[in-house]
Write a protein that binds this ligand. Structure first.
Ligand code: SAM
Length: 272
C-alpha cells in the first residue's frame, strides 16, 4: 500500500486535482511516512478518539485512522474536503468537518476523552493551543508539530533566553516534552523554518485562581529588561509588594524565577 505521505503519492494527488498548496493557510504537506507513523504511534492507540486540526490531503490523518479508534478532523480549506474523503474512503472511522477550527464549537466532544494530534498551521499555533487550553474538553494529551522557535519557547526553563510568560503558563497547565525534531526536507513545499513535535500532558493543578495567576505571570514579565519589582509595582499595592520583597529577591528579573517560585509568590499575595 502506498501511503499518502510518500512524496510520489503527494505529487500524484496534487497533480490529479490541480492543487497548489496555499501559503495563507500554512499548507506544508508531510512527505515522509516514517514521520507520520511515529507521531501517530506515540500519540494514540485503538481506544483513542483523536482530534486533528488541519488534515491537509490526509498524510497524518491516514495514520491516525490506522492507530486510533476514530478521528475527527477540522479543515478550513473547502478545496480539500472532497479530496480527503476520497483519499480516506477506505477508513470508516474518519469524520471531516469543513470549518475554521478557531470558530468551532467543540461542546459535542466534552464527554469524550480525546487525544489531539496535528501538524498545525504555524500562523495560528498559539491561538489553537489556547483554544484547547481554555476549552473544557477532557484532553489526555496534545501532540503537535510546530515551528521550532515556538516549541523552544513552550519548553524553555528559567534563566534561558526563550523563557517567557508563555513558558510559565503552558508549563503550569501541562508537562511539556519533545517527541521529535523535524527537518525542513520532509515537507512539500519546503518551509523556511525547522519544526518540532511536542507532547503536552495535563499536570496536577494547584488550588489557585488560574486566571489571576496567569495575569500575575504576564505582569511579572511586563517589560523583560525591568526587575520583577518594577514590573509588579503597577499591579500590586504597596503592602503586597513589600511583603513579597521581604521573602524574595525582587531585584531579579521575571525570567530568573521558576514556575514553582511564581506559584509560591502568587499564593503569598494574590490568592487571598
Ligand atoms: N496535516 C497535513 C500534513 O501534515 O501534511 C497538513 C498540515 S498543514 C501544515 C496545515 C493544515 O491546516 C492545512 O491543511 C490548512 O489548510 C489547515 N488549516 C489552516 N488554518 C486552519 C484553521 N483555522 N482551521 C482548520 N484548518 C486549518
Amino acid at each position: 500500500m502506498k501511503f499518502i505521505s510518500t512524496n510520489g503519492k503527494t505529487v500524484e494527488i496534487l497533480k490529479k486535482y490541480n492543487l497548489f498548496p496555499r501559503k495563507n493557510f500554512g499548507q506544508n504537506f508531510i512527505i515522509d511516512p516514517s514521520v507520520v507513523i511515529k507521531i501517530a504511534k506515540e500519540s494514540c492507540d485503538k481506544s483513542t478518539t483523536t482530534l486533528e486540526i488541519g488534515p491537509g490531503i490526509g498524510a497524518l490523518s491516514e495514520q491516525l485512522c490506522i492507530y486510533s479508534k476514530n478521528l475527527i478532523a477540522y479543515e478550513i480549506d473547502n478545496n480539500l474536503i472532497g479530496i480527503l474523503n476520497e483519499n480516506l474512503a477506505s477508513y470508516d472511522n474518519f469524520k471531516i468537518i469543513n470549518q475554521d477550527f478557531l470558530k468551532a464549537d467543540l461542546s459535542f466532544l466534552k464527554d469524550v476523552e480525546i487525544v489531539v494530534c496535528a501538524n498545525l498551521p504555524y500562523y495560528i499555533t498559539t491561538a489553537i493551543l489556547f483554544k484547547l487550553f481554555e476549552s473544557d474538553l477532557k484532553i489526555k494529551s496534545i501532540n503537535v508539530m510546530m515551528q521550532k522557535e515556538v516549541g523552544d519557547r513552550l519548553m524553555a526553563s528559567e534563566n534561558t533566553e526563550n523563557y517567557s510568560a508563555l513558558s510559565v503558563i503552558v508549563q503550569y497547565l501541562y508537562d511539556v516534552k519533545k517527541m521529535m525534531k523535524i527537518s525542513k526536507d520532509v515537507f512539500l513545499p519546503k518551509p523556511s523554518v525547522e519544526s518540532v513535535v511536542l507532547t503536552l500532558k495535563p499536570r496536577f493543578k494547584e488550588n489557585i485562581n488560574q486566571e489571576l495567576f496567569f495575569e500575575f505571570v504576564k505582569q511579572s514579565f511586563g517589560q523583560r529588561r525591568k526587575t520583577i519589582f518594577n514590573n509588579l509595582k503597577k499591579y500590586l499595592n504597596e503592602d503586597k509588594l513589600n511583603r513579597l520583597n521581604l521573602k524574595y529577591d525582587l531585584k531579579k528579573r521575571a525570567q530568573e524565577f521558576s514556575l514553582a517560585e511564581f506559584i509560591k509568590m502568587f499564593k503569598e499575595v494574590c490568592d487571598e
